[in-house]
Write a protein that binds this ligand. Sequence first.
Ligand SMILES: [Zn+2]
Length: 129
Amino acid sequence: MAGRLLLRACTTTAALRLRSSALLTPFHRAVATQRGIPTDEEQATGLERRALQALKQGKDPYSMLKPKTYAGTKEDPHIVPCIGTKRLVGCLCEEDNTAIVWFWLHEGDAQRCPSCGSHYKLVHHELPH
Ligand SMILES: [Zn+2]
């Protein structure tokens, strides 16, 4: 009984508060509070909003998604994005290796890892602004 009275008191004060706030705030804010907690897309601003909109269109300008996997063969080399002309690449030749094989990858044709022979290709990449 006490819980029911408390619930009734809360709903009536919330309804009064909502009516008074609806007069002071814009209509869309009052509707959003009636619907519940806003989603990330509804409340995101700035860079986060731009990133969410890009992800919705299937783009990944900030490299937030997991990189695509490549076979590492001559026909399907590992793509290495780079803003310059060369990049240091570390190859974990086998899945359970504890040592990484490091080598410089240069612009041009695909290069092979000196240890396992996987192909890597450098691709020019622009940084997002
Ligand atoms: Zn390797």
